[in-house]
Design a protein around this ligand. Structure first.
Ligand code: BGC
Length: 759
């Protein structure tokens, strides 16, 4: 267990801390982060805090192209890394008690309580403090980013002098004078455009996005005095409060960006959001928020009886994922840290397709998941340009490893140029979407164009090996980034073959079923189906896929077995994580695997392999995997559950579901592992819930860890809300929509309202 285990109390619906520890402020800022799918931020205190802290507020889709910084430039590197800029600090409330600044780093904290209410989407905090003057004061703060009014942030902040009367000054503020901690050249990402009494407007340098923040604040019976100056909007209320008299401030901030408004309309728009919020009142806004969250939870809650830590862990993951992405705008995506930190730039990785898509598909529905596919569809031409920059031609597409607008941002050669398996994940996501929704139609609208462009890339990326009489895939990096420039990475080659075959099938389907779209696509993409698909099939049939006959396993890549074969269990725990204690050279030469690689393929394509094959590969590779990517344990949890190896499945599950809550990797202060949280959901629903598409039907084959009395989860399947409840000897599926065919342990049921399956 990591550093948080003492701190975060176990509660099914809340994340709670009951002590103030200055050494933990940054970690808790990540853990208690809030968001509404279009923006979000870290749980920085509203009032000043002079201790170590990472301030962070982010607006989805707004980015700054931070000029690339590398030790040695290589042709083909992108010029910039897109980073979501740290934006104005909107929840600010400065507090002075008898002239003395309230700053938890400087006063004595007598009591402290903070909770993230996941049921309602609200962050609350209460602190009883003794000021330098000796005055005792109670501070209560509540805030949220509205799910309903997507451009609104609201704060209720109250101060009560407890042992004597006091002069209380409250200064609600928005501070746009902020910078990024991870700027490559210490540049400021925002330039000032204008400030008016109640609002400030800023523009990102180079990329030219604009955003405005307008503040509207109220303190009952008090007129607030404007103090706005520079890039800071501020007002001041002064109250002579008697002992025990609660002084309450409510503030609403409208946060609008040029993604949705013309620049000149930003301030008026933000003002109207803030004004309407204040007129509605904090209670009404809170009620809306609670109702909206209730609606979300109805479609996706997971209940685990008999394991409070696992229950809290999975709700936390679901909550953070829903705070990060709601599918309302296909220009947005899911950064590995969501809106909780600057690491990874807040931009898009293969994590979206490989891990997040199935979560949104089954919890938020087809439309939300489709927005993620459309994001890549809209970036197809950029992916073709990206491939062209690397020397590919004729409409071959290479999706970037890291992107915000379709252009590649990553600049480590072994990843940028070699970690090409990401292209396969983009294709796989289309297949995953269609098999779950049954919406083949998507191929005609967008899917085929993406698939054929990806297939073209693979067809150019392979090499014919005279020596082997096979096609080979040279110089790649698999998901296991602890080895680079390898030949014939099994996962990459396998997904490449699968993508080419799937593209050929997709082309046939569109030709046969949507002839008009077919003609349009052929003309637009200069597609010669007969010649191109023949070539793809020939390559897929003759691709070299390494195997070790002795162990009867797939070979992660050429030469893997030449390495000294050591096992993770023989490593000295003090050496782990390896990426902090070993030289990079030593890591590259060792057999230790960063994250699921061959096993990622066995997870994606489970139906292609028999159980014995999965088991042999699982035992071999699991013993050598150090799980130094948070994306890894969930894949191992799912495979272990499928194999009935429940102790291993549970061990892997806890590592993923409570990774941040228990701070296993001692890095939670940088932000949360949001995309791996989708993996935690996969581990519960696809692992323990055994949910899988089999022959066109959604099937459940639950297997519960020893301590779980029951597991209940909800999924949205083809416009129906299904509730699956598994307990010893019994699985029940209820359906709130039109009758639907499902499977339980492979037995078919047409469920009108309920199916009970006894085991
Ligand atoms: C992993 C990648 C992942 C990235 C962002 C890396 O550590 O190896 O697979 O895409 O983190 O989550």
């Amino acid at each position: 267990m990591g550093t948080n285990s003492r701190f975060i109390a176990t509660d099914g619906w809340k994340i709670v801390e009951t002590r103030f520890d200055p050494g933990r402020v940054r970690a808790s800022e990540s853990l208690f982060a809030i968001g509404n799918g279009v923006m979000g931020g870290r749980a920085n205190f509203e009032e000043s805090y002079s201790g170590p802290s990472l301030q962070g507020n982010y607006i989805g889709g707004v980015y700054y192209p931070d000029k690339t910084r590398v030790g040695w430039w290589k042709n083909g590197y992108p010029d910039y890394f897109a980073k979501v800029p740290n934006a104005a600090f909107w929840p600010g409330v400065g507090v002075r008690i008898d002239g003395e600044e309230l700053d938890l780093a400087r006063v004595e904290t007598l009591e402290f309580y903070r909770e993230l209410d996941m049921r309602r989407g609200v962050l609350r905090r209460r602190a009883r403090v003794r000021m330098g003057s000796g005055a005792e004061v109670l501070v209560e703060a509540e805030r949220f980013l509205s799910l309903v009014r997507r451009e609104l942030g609201a704060v209720r902040y109250a101060v009560t002098p407890l042992d004597r009367g006091a002069r209380i000054e409250l200064r609600p503020f928005v501070d746009a004078d902020v910078c990024n901690a991870d700027a490559n050249y210490d540049e400021k990402f925002w330039e000032h455009v204008e400030t008016v009494r109640d609002a400030v407007r800023m523009r990102t340098a180079k990329s030219g996005f604009e955003a405005a923040w307008a503040q509207c604040a109220r303190v009952a019976g008090v007129t607030l005095r404007p103090e706005t100056a520079g890039e800071r909007v501020q007002e001041c209320a002064v109250v002579e409060a008697g002992r025990g008299e609660r002084v309450e401030l409510v503030k609403c901030v409208g946060i609008c960006s040029s993604l949705n408004h013309a620049p000149d309309e930003l301030i008026p728009a933000a003002r109207s959001v803030a004004g309407e919020g204040i007129r509605a009142g904090f209670g009404t806004l809170l009620g809306e928020q609670a109702r909206a969250w209730k609606g979300k939870w109805r479609g996706c809650d997971v209940e685990i009886e008999g394991d409070a830590a696992a229950q809290q862990g999975i709700r936390y993951c679901i909550f953070m994922l829903l705070q990060t992405y709601t599918g309302v705008d296909s220009r947005l995506n899911i950064g590995p840290k969501g809106f909780t930190g600057e690491k990874y730039g807040g931009v898009t990785y293969w994590d979206t397709e490989a891990y997040c898509l199935p979560f949104y598909l089954a919890t938020a529905g087809a439309q939300v998941a489709r927005a993620l596919l459309v994001y890549r569809y809209n970036q197809l031409d950029k992916a073709i340009e990206n491939a062209a920059k690397l020397g590919f031609r004729d409409g071959a597409a290479l999706y970037p490893m890291v992107t915000v607008n379709g252009e590649e941002c990553h600049n480590e050669w072994e990843i940028t140029f070699e970690e090409i398996h990401r292209n396969g994940a983009v294709a796989y996501a289309i297949h995953n979407y269609i098999r779950y929704t049954g919406e083949q139609e998507y191929l005609a609208r967008c899917g085929l164009e993406v698939l054929l462009s990806i297939a073209r890339f693979w067809a150019q990326r392979i090499t014919w090996s005279e020596a082997r009489g096979k096609y080979v895939m040279l110089g790649v990096t698999g998901p296991n980034e602890y080895e680079n420039n390898v030949d014939n990475n099994w996962y990459t080659s396998y997904i490449a073959c699968w993508s080419m075959r799937y593209a050929a099938e997709a082309a046939r389907w569109v030709r046969e079923n949507r002839p008009e779209d077919y003609r349009r696509i052929c003309a637009k993409r200069h597609f010669d189906e007969a010649a191109e698909t023949a070539r793809w099939t020939e390559i897929a049939d003759r691709m070299y896929l390494g195997e070790d006959p002795e162990r009867d396993i797939f070979l992660q890549q050429d030469g893997y077995l030449d390495k000294e074969q050591r096992l993770v269990r023989d490593l000295d725990p003090r050496e782990r994580p390896l990426n902090r204690t070993w030289s990079w050279d030593r890591i590259l030469r060792s057999c230790f695997i960063k994250q699921a690689d061959v096993l990622q393929g066995l997870y994606f394509f489970g139906e292609h392999f028999d159980t014995g094959t999965v088991r042999r590969n699982f035992h071999f590779y699991e013993a050598r995997t150090v799980h130094e990517s948070s994306l890894s344990p969930c894949v191992h949890a799912i495979l272990a559950a499928r194999l009935g190896e429940m102790d291993k499945a549970y061990e892997m599950y806890l590592r993923t579901a409570r990774l941040d809550l228990d701070d296993y990797n001692r890095e939670v202060e940088e932000g949360l592992h949001v995309t791996s949280m989708a993996g935690s959901w996969l581990a519960v629903v696809e692992g323990f819930g055994g949910m899988r598409m089999r022959d066109g039907v959604l099937d459940f084959a639950p297997v519960l860890p020893a301590g779980w009395r029951s597991l209940t989860f909800r999924v949205n399947y083809r416009e129906r809300l299904l509730t699956v409840r598994a307990e010893a000897g019994r699985v029940e599926v209820t359906n709130e929509g039109a009758p639907v065919e499902i499977g339980i342990d492979g037995c078919r049921y047409t469920v009108a309202d309920r199916a009970v399956h006894m085991r």
